[in-house]
Every structure is written in C-alpha cells, then in structure tokens.
Design a binder for this molecule. Structure first.
Ligand SMILES: Nc1ncnc2c1ncn2[C@@H]1O[C@H](COP(=O)(O)OP(=O)(O)OP(=O)(O)O)[C@@H](O)[C@H]1O
Length: 268
C-alpha cells in the first residue's frame, strides 16, 4: 500500500490586514511525496506544516490544490482533493476513513459527556466490527483504562485522555495511523504501551507520527522532514543518519537545520 501526495497546497487566511489585503499562512506548499509501508516520523520546526499534513491526510481538512491518492490493501484506491470535497458527497471515502486512525495534537476532550467505554463501543460500531462491546472492553484492557470505563471523556485526567486518544484511534486496527504529537500528556504506562504498539506496526500499514521528540524518532523506520510546508527530505532513517558522526536523528536534524539557516543568511 502507499499514499501519494501530489502538489498539495493548503493556506490559511490569517485575518484582515488593511481593507483589501488578506494575509495568508502556508500550511502546505506543493507537497509532493510517495510513502510506502512502515513507521515514519514527521519532523520539522514549529509551524512547518506537520499538523496540516496529518489533517489533510486524515481527510479532516480540504487541500486548496493538488491531490492525495491512497492505494490501500486489496488494490482499492481513493483520492482526496478540493474537487472531491466540493462534490458534497464524500461517502465514497467512508471505507478509507474506516481504515484510518487519527490522534489529534490536543487529547483533552473538555466538552464530551460520553462515557469512555460507550465512546469506544460507538467507534467499534462505526468501524462495523463484530461484537463492538467486546472490542471496546479489549481496548480498555489493552490501554490500562479499566479504572476510567465509566467516566465521561471530559472527566478523564490528562494521562488517561492521552491513552484514550491512542486506543480510540486503533479501533478497527487501521491500515493508516496518523499521530500528531502522540506522546503529549502520556504517563509512563502510556509510553510503554505506545512504544509496544509502534513495534507492532513496523512494516504493517502506514504510520505517520508528527513529533518534536528526536529520541522517539529513533524508533521510526523512515524520516520525513517538512519545512515551509514542503518535503525537504524523505528516506530510511538508517540511511539518512549514516552521514552524521554519531548516527543519531538529533545530530542529523541539527545538521539539516544548520544548512537551512546558512541558506537563509547567505551562508555567512
Ligand atoms: N487553523 C489555522 N488558522 C490559521 N493558520 C493556521 C491554522 N493552522 C495552521 N496554521 C498556520 O499554518 C502553518 C503551519 O502550521 P502547522 O500547525 O501545520 O505546523 P506544525 O509543523 O504542526 O507546527 P507545530 O510544530 O507548532 O505543531 C503555521 O504558520 C500555522 O500558524
């Protein structure tokens, strides 16, 4: 399976700046990449477009331009683009959405008064799983959430909310797992369970995780470096980091950042 982003653009209007000018912020700029199976860490400075990339890929946000093509297991193909969104009926994308798990950057669900276990049952029903209650109970056990089963999502402490976000995204065992700052708010148990899940996912489907933690990036199979909304580098982690003395992602990332700041200052 693979995902192909082809000339994807996304801009945000920042607000009026004077009567006739609308300032724009770049989310993605001519983003063109093909990604195959494996765990890929999406790295880049603040505001480089990581969240935008995950949101458009999750079909939660509409690209202004370009298209994303998903070639999934079983030979099925889906496309997400502005023209498809404009048609109004996105039901042909539903099978894709059911094979896709997304973890948002902010895990705390302040408004939600659904009980945690019920929320997982609803998700299992949405994913058309057999025995949704059983699936929910299993997920509760797997993510150490038994003590919170009968709490509403709004009541969850931060660590449990972070574990719930991961558990919810994994209902239905998605082929595509999109994680935005997945370790934000996680406690020690959450970290342990998350790392175990990542190991399980290696080489199985596509996992894209936007992270700032360069140590965590060491568990990824691929690195995708985003800058100014575009892909600056994509490759096997081992290959990319073989060029730096200690072979670490942190050193490689620093080297890439120092190249870009030299470029901006004319190499001085
Ligand atoms: N909803 C929005 N409205 C206006 N501008 C936005 C919005 N979302 C993102 N942006 C802008 O788009 C650019 C890319 O943002 P994005 O959140 O995708 O970057 P990021 O790499 O995820 O950043 P961070 O590492 O801080 O999470 C930034 O300039 C950001 O300010």
């Amino acid at each position: 399976m693979r995902i192909e982003w082809s000339h994807v653009n996304k801009q945000y209007a920042e607000g009026e700046n004077g009567p006739y000018r609308l300032r724009k912020r770049t989310g993605l700029l001519d983003f063109t990449v093909t990604l195959k199976e494996g765990v890929t860490a999406v790295l880049g400075p603040k505001g480089s477009g990581k969240t935008t990339l995950l949101r458009v890929t999750a079909t939660l946000s509409v690209p202004d331009d370009g298209r994303i093509t998903y070639r999934t297991f079983g030979g099925r193909q889906y496309t997400w683009s502005r023209s498809i969104a404009a048609m109004g009926d996105t039901s042909p994308l539903e099978p894709l959405r059911r094979r896709l798990g997304y973890v948002p950057p902010h895990k705390k669900l302040n408004q939600d008064d659904v009980l945690l276990e019920d929320a997982l049952v609803y998700l299992a029903q949405y994913h058309r799983l057999s025995q949704p209650k059983k699936q929910a109970v299993e997920m509760v056990a797997r993510w150490g959430l038994a003590a919170f089963r009968k709490r509403t999502l709004a009541e969850l402490p931060a660590a449990a909310a972070s574990r719930y976000a991961l558990a919810a995204s994994l209902i239905g065992d998605p082929d595509i797992w999109l994680l935005d700052e997945p370790t934000r708010g996680l406690d020690e148990l959450g970290w342990h369970l998350f790392l175990r899940e990542l190991e399980r996912r290696k080489g199985k489907g596509i996992t894209l995780m936007a992270i700032h933690d360069l140590e965590l990036a060491e568990v990824a199979e691929n690195l995708l470096l985003v800058e100014g909304g575009s892909c600056r580098r994509l490759g096997r982690r081992k290959l990319l980091t073989s060029g730096v003395p200690d072979g670490s992602v942190a050193s490689w990332y620093r080297m890439m950042q120092s190249f870009s700041s030299q470029g901006k200052t004319g190499g001085s």
